[in-house]
Design a protein around this ligand. Sequence first.
Ligand code: GLU
Length: 447
Amino acid sequence: MTQATDYIAQVAADLAKRDPNQPEFQEAVSNFLGTITPVFEKHPEYIKANVLGRLTEPERAISFQVPWQDDEGNLRINRGFRVQFNSAIGPYKGGLRFHPSVNLSIIKFLGFEQIFKNSLTGLPIGGGKGGSDFTSKGKSDAEIMRFCQSFMIELQRHIGLDIDVPAGDIGVGGREIGYLYGMYKRLRGAERGILTGKGLSFGGSLARTEATGYGLLYYTQAMLKENDKDITGKRIVISGAGNVAIYATEKAEQMGAKVLTVSDSNGYVYDENGIDVAVLKDVKEVRRARLTEYAKAVPSAQYHEGSVWDADLKYDIALPCATQNEINGDQAAKFKAAGVFAIAEGANMPSNPEAIASYKANGILYGPAKAANAGGVAVSALEMGQDSRRMADSFDTVDGQLKEIMENLFANSVAAAKEYGVAGDYLAGSNIAGFVKVADAMTAQGW
Ligand code: GLU
């Protein structure tokens, strides 16, 4: 045992004791700690500064009540969160997730990942995350608006242009951001950079809607290129049917690949002709309907119940874009036989630890979420910049910057992995590259 391994083991043990009921948070930290030893061997000063102790405890974690009235006049109560994890390199930045599964463990896992993801983008943003166990599904527009207004009445005390800038995540899209911003404006004035993912008519950025999905494909393309492979003609399985999945599908098809599936929480659509992204957008973005409607609209498509990762398909690339822990070890173990040689994560932590181990054991190229899906938050930071300049950049300008950011962050992860003796391990490389910048900023600023 070296001093570094002792220290990391101690941090893990302390955390297991402190937050035993936060499995998702424990999982995210453990995935990270499992890759970071070489950095501490090279930089014992990070041990002295107890950088990991500070990084595994949020700087601030806020939990609040969100009362709202439904259309029948009943007073409903949800739980709201904002976890401000680390501000070493910039104001807290990260999305809000509205989903019934949301709890402190999930928000902390997301906030922890966000620290390193945001650092990897090369932009000056710290890590944070928030949300609620509320869901917009099945609610009227008026109910969603009242909920968002109530959420912001509390949240506004904690955010600020140079403090904390929220955005969307699962269940929070342009509609919710619009209502949240409207309430913020009534309370505090028209500070447009206070939220990102806004509508284009009030400070939003072109290409923000597309950014996570497009960025995922720019990352995948860079990862394939590094391994002398090309995306053209490849068969891709995508899970999810939200914003990330839709624009990942669109960009993959623009790059000449064929996307065979998209999925929702009940099942998946399989279309051997390739998913028709125009129909997908109509079903999900315009009609806000279930995927069964896609299958009704497209004769070549079949709808199957169950997880797409249990489907018996032959394909080359897996792009999970649904949610955390959607791929388990058994499902991952079948990838090799299905023909899969690469996986890149559009969702946050979609692969459980056994799945990640399986990719490694089978030599499958693995692009981890905090790198592969960083395009969304990267364009959020560009949106903040446009709002400060009171300017709006063109689609091509933003898209070009996004592509450059994704290529750079992939290259930086490759270089970090090489420098620390774990060449080819993109998970370790991303963790290390994201971490070193934050650790340097933390030690330079003292405590
Ligand atoms: N929720 C997105 C993520 O997981 C985007 C956050 C943002 O734009 O601030 O990175």
